[in-house]
Design a protein around this ligand. Structure first.
Ligand code: PLP
Length: 452
C-alpha cells in the first residue's frame, strides 16, 4: 500500500465505508481527473460512471471553473450574507436560479450541502406554520428508500435502514410512505397507473390517520438516487400532488441529484410535471467543484416567514459559509456553461444511448431490471429474473460487480444490488459505450463466479 493509503488508514474516519473491512482492502487513492476520467496514484484511469457522487456534471479539468474561482479568490475570498450584507456572486446566482426554477416569486437561501438545505427546509416549514398560527401542523412525510441527507432531521427523512439504525433516528414528527418502485412493489396484474394510484391512496390514508391539521409537508426526490435510482411510475406525481393540495401539505422537491439536466430537463420537476413549493439543489449547482447548495421557496412560502422574522426582529438562521462568494462565483460560471454548451441538448442526444445500453443489459442473466431517464440509470441484480428474487445480501453481489468494474476501469456505485450510473453530463456517446462494455465484462465475471 502507498504512503498515502497507509496514512489514510491511520488517520481518517471514512463516510459510507465498511470500517472493519476497509483496512484490509485499503482506500483507492485518486489524485487527478480530466474529462470523464479520474486517475489513481499509480496512473491507472477510470471512467467516473457516477460523476464522483452524482455531482461533477462538467467532468474534471474544466478550466473556466478554475478561473472563476481564482478570480473570485483574488477579488473577495470571503464575505457573508448575515445582517443585510451581500456580495455580487450570491446575488447573481440567486437571480439565475430564480429565473430557472418552476417556482413563482422564488427566493433563494444558500447553504453548503444538500443536507443543510433540506434541514433548513424543515426548519422553515415549522417556522412558517408557527407564523401562520398552526403550531400543530408540523409532521413531515418522506418515502421509504428516500435519501435527503445526514443531519439529525434529514437522516430522519432518509428512508434507508442503514442510515437510521443505531443513529436513533427518525426523530418525532417524521413519517414514511411507500417507495414508488413499480418493478419491486407493484402487485401481480397491477398496471403502473394502478400502482401510482395505490401509492397516492396510501399517502392520503397516512395524512388522514395522522390528521391533516398536523401534516405540514412531503419531501420527494423526482428520481430517487441513493435508494437505487427509482424512476416514478406514470401519473405518480400528478396523483401525489392532488393529495397534497387537498390537505394543504407543502411539497419539497429534493433536486440535489436531479437538478441541472440530469433527467433531460433543467430540473426533475420539469421532467415529471412537479410544481413544488420548495426545492433544494446542490451537487450539479457548482458541478461539484466547490460546496454550495440552495433552498428555493415560493413567494407564498416566503411571505409569512418574512413577516414572522419582522415581528421577532431577525430571521435567526444561516450558515457562515452559505453562499460563499467563491462557491457562488463557480456556480454562476457552471450555470453559464450549461446554457452556452446546451448541456440539455447534449443530454437529449446521449441520454438515449445510456438508456438503450442499460435496456440491452436486461438480457443478462444477472439483471432483473434496467431503469433510468436522461443520464441517470441503474441495473438491479437478481438471483432469479422471473420471480425477481434478490440475492442473499451476504453475497454482496452489487459491491462485488462494482469492484470488478473498478478493476476494468469504471467507477460505479452499488446500492444493495442496484448498480447506479450517473456519469458527467459531458460524456460522449463513445465513452458511454466504453463504460457499458467494461461493465458488461464485470457482470460476466461475477456471473461466472456465482454460477460456479
Ligand atoms: N438529497 C439527495 C437527493 C442526495 O442524493 C444527497 C446526497 O447524495 C443529499 C440530499 C445530501 O447532500 P449532501 O451529501 O451534500 O449533504
Amino acid at each position: 500500500m502507498s504512503r498515502t493509503a497507509d496514512s489514510d488508514l491511520a488517520h481518517l474516519f471514512h463516510p459510507y465505508t465498511n470500517l472493519v473491512k476497509h483496512p484490509e482492502t485499503g482506500p483507492l487513492v485518486i489524485t487527478r481527473g480530466q474529462g470523464v476520467r479520474v486517475y489513481d496514484e499509480a496512473g491507472k484511469d477510470y471512467i467516473e460512471g457516477l460523476a464522483g457522487l452524482w455531482c461533477t456534471a462538467l467532468g474534471w479539468g474544466e478550466e473556466r471553473l478554475v478561473e472563476a474561482a481564482a478570480r473570485q479568490m483574488r477579488e473577495l475570498p470571503f464575505y457573508h450574507l448575515f445582517s443585510s450584507r451581500t456580495h455580487p456572486p450570491a446575488v447573481q446566482l440567486a437571480e439565475m436560479l430564480a429565473a430557472q426554477v418552476p417556482i413563482d416569486d422564488a427566493r433563494v437561501l444558500f447553504a453548503c450541502s444538500g443536507s443543510e438545505s433540506n434541514d433548513t427546509a424543515i426548519k422553515l416549514i415549522w417556522y412558517r406554520n408557527n407564523a401562520l398560527g398552526r403550531p400543530d401542523k408540523k409532521k413531515i412525510i418522506a418515502r421509504e428508500r428516500a435519501y435527503h441527507g445526514v443531519t439529525v432531521a434529514t437522516a430522519s427523512l432518509t428512508g434507508l435502514v442503514n442510515n437510521q439504525r443505531s443513529f436513533d433516528v427518525p426523530i418525532d414528527r417524521i413519517f414514511h410512505t411507500g417507495c414508488p418502485h413499480y418493478w419491486r412493489y407493484g402487485e401481480k396484474g397491477e398496471s403502473e397507473e394502478q400502482f401510482a394510484t395505490r401509492r397516492a391512496e396510501e399517502l392520503e390514508k397516512l395524512i388522514l390517520a395522522e390528521g391533516p391539521d398536523t401534516v405540514a409537508a412531503f419531501f420527494a426526490e423526482p428520481v430517487m438516487g441513493a435508494g437505487g435510482v427509482i424512476v416514478p411510475p406514470a401519473t405518480y406525481f400528478a396523483k401525489i400532488q392532488a393529495v397534497l393540495k387537498k390537505y394543504d401539505v407543502l411539497l419539497v422537491a429534493d433536486e440535489v441529484i436531479t437538478g441541472f439536466g440530469r433527467t433531460g430537463n433543467m430540473f426533475g420537476c420539469d421532467t415529471f410535471g412537479i410544481r413544488p413549493d420548495m426545492m433544494t439543489v446542490a451537487k450539479g449547482l457548482s458541478s461539484g467543484y466547490l460546496p454550495i447548495s440552495a433552498l428555493i421557496v415560493s413567494g407564498e412560502v416566503f411571505g409569512p416567514i418574512a413577516e414572522e422574522a419582522g415581528r421577532i426582529g431577525v430571521f435567526g438562521h444561516g450558515f457562515t459559509y452559505g453562499g460563499h462568494p467563491v462557491s457562488a462565483a463557480v456556480a454562476v460560471e457552471t450555470l453559464k456553461i450549461y446554457a452556452e454548451r446546451d448541456i440539455l441538448g447534449h443530454v437529449a442526444k446521449v441520454g438515449p444511448v445510456l438508456q438503450r445500453g442499460l435496456a440491452a443489459l436486461q438480457q443478462h442473466p444477472l439483471v432483473g431490471e434496467a431503469r433510468g431517464v436522461g443520464l441517470i440509470g441503474a441495473v438491479e441484480l437478481v438471483a432469479d429474473k422471473d420471480s425477481r428474487t434478490a440475492f442473499d445480501p451476504k453475497l454482496a453481489v452489487g459491491p462485488r460487480v462494482v469492484a470488478k468494474a473498478q478493476a476494468h476501469g469504471v467507477i460505479l456505485r452499488a446500492m444493495g444490488d442496484a448498480v447506479a450510473f450517473a456519469p458527467p453530463l459531458i460524456i460522449s456517446e463513445a465513452e458511454i459505450l466504453d463504460m457499458l462494455g467494461r461493465f458488461r465484462r464485470a457482470l460476466d465475471e461475477a456471473h461466472g463466479e456465482l454460477v460456479g
